[in-house]
Design a protein around this ligand. Sequence first.
Ligand code: IVH
Length: 683
Amino acid sequence: MPNDPLAIPSAATERAAQLRVELARHNHAYYVLDNPTIPDADYDKLFRELQAIEQDYPALVSSDSPTQRVGGAPLPQFEQVRHSVPMLSINNGFRDEDIVNFDRRVREGLKTEAGVEYHCELKFDGLAINLRYENGLLVNAATRGDGATGENVTANIRTVRAIPLRLQGDKPPAIIDIRGEVLMFKADFASLNARQRDAGQREFANPRNAAAGSLRQLDPRITAKRSLRFFAYGIGVLEGAALPASHSALLDWYMQMGIPVAAERRIADGAEGLLAFYRDIGLRRAQLPYEIDGVVYKVNAVAQQAQLGFVSRAPRFALAHKFPAEEAMTIVQDIGLQVGRTGAMTPVARLAPVLVGGVTVTNATLHNEDEVRRKDIQIGDTVIVRRAGDVIPEVVSFVPELRPADARPFVMPALCPVCASPIVRPEEEAVARCSGGWVKCPAQRKGGLLHFVSRRAMDIEGLGDQLVDQMVERNVVTTAADLYRLGLGSLATMERMADKSAANVLKAIEKSKSTTLARFIYALGIRHVGESTAKELARHFGSMDALQKADEAQLLDVADVGPVVARSILQFMADPMNVELIEQLRANGVHWEEGASGARPKPLAGLTFVLTGTLPTLSRDDAAEQIEMAGGKVAGSVSKKTSYVVAGSDAGSKLAKAETLGVPVIDEAALLGMLPPSNESES
Ligand code: IVH
């Protein structure tokens, strides 16, 4: 009888215990140390082994077993939970002077002239949660709710792998309320939305909504399928252990217990130090794997926190320094069309100017015709506009209550507004296109040229939007090959073009003649051939001739190339005008190093590099390109698998991490020494 506990072989009991410890250790390495120890597949194997043992001997199942994260039966509704210690909010500051005033009030409250020690951390854009552990075991999890009462989401929280079911260490407190934020990483958000789209289900507007929607699910099995994460930043009740003397020590203690704490935190002195942290994080915000809406400053010493106390529902010892709002409301005055380099028609909302995240926005993309329909955006609507980092602002939604009676829906015209060629939209495509091609449509010529000269393509500096516009308008340049026939005379006649800048543009054009095959392929602007596909094609075929002659089967052999991409390449190469363009570019002196991929030395094959800080001569992109050309890989974060960290000046946390993990750190000179000698042979 496998159900009889006496009948359980001791080997099974021991192995189950061993597996639980091992799985918890891997979880800890992944979620707390941010340093995975085994591949996902190996984790899954251990996990399934434990599942099998528990299936044979159900008496072995314990509530803290990782197998118990799968999610139980749906709840009829969430229970209300009263927080033993209320969950407060924090006061906000926006301008530098708000921060200076905060620091002054703190010093006045503490009756000190001396600089106060602050703990600087991130303001996570997720939802606040209280985790109660009793004698080390997770017993309850509740949302913030109105601060006094929240909802019991324990069944859902148990499915979140980032949150330990049992605290690490031998002497856990009798009771501890660990507070922090549940959130969804940007990458997980993107793949969740892709899955929602494929399943014909509603997409989430942002990672915060996705996290909230995933956690406030009555069916925990759904939560279990969503990748949620957690970072701790506070404490409620504590019994049976001494409270650490500072906030930073509290977070250190959390990490020892296996609770994830974000690595981006720092002790700072005075208002100056706080503002430096804010600016530093502001610069790195886009690179963080999750969204934040500001930073938080907290007086570090717990005794000083107590001395300062609270005003209404917020502590005097903390301040949230928010980034400028990245969403704003405005009116759609018109919907225009932008014609891309492949003729794609992008509807663009012309907006009443509005400040979004510190930048005035007058245009926002509506992506395509179907998006306009789906979001039901009409001319005259009041809309929410969002910009995140450097990306193009987009229209998120309209406000139904504010729709005027004379609002007009958008209609895709029959003819291209630029060249009057018919607009066509193949049945199976989301995008309508101008059928004129670059021969008839100046907008496509401009788009194609701008792509050709762009930094990741031929990298011709000084050939901006306005100059390309003029050159196309005046028919000075029709194809990219014409760029290499430009003389000082024709350039200097362009508006706002002094002799000196004309000479610089010519110099940049000349310099671009020496390029790489990958850049050249990318610069051609073949539909569906982005930068990484271009690199794969260059690596695979080794020469332009081989690529031009490739048939479908050969193209499909390339990593990254599927039927759609292959067809697009074949179509491009079959067009005599494109063949002519390639020939002329070469005749005008554009060249690169050719040769089958095997012939080029690959001394860095199998090595992974992480770049950090500012290198003395190479830009990050250049360094990455050189490493990749020599067969190496470039990764974004340091792990045990990193072969070398290449550090320049002002290297930050990656350098520190390399040092803790014992990953060798080298400088630019050492990197250059590892590369094969450059060989600028003509093609
Ligand atoms: S501390 C006693 N720290 O911001 C102070 N809150 O307005 C309690 N939040 O609902 C909060 N990151 O969801 C604190 N590092 C952080 C935070 C943070 C995000 C959120 C939290 C809370 C709201 C307070």
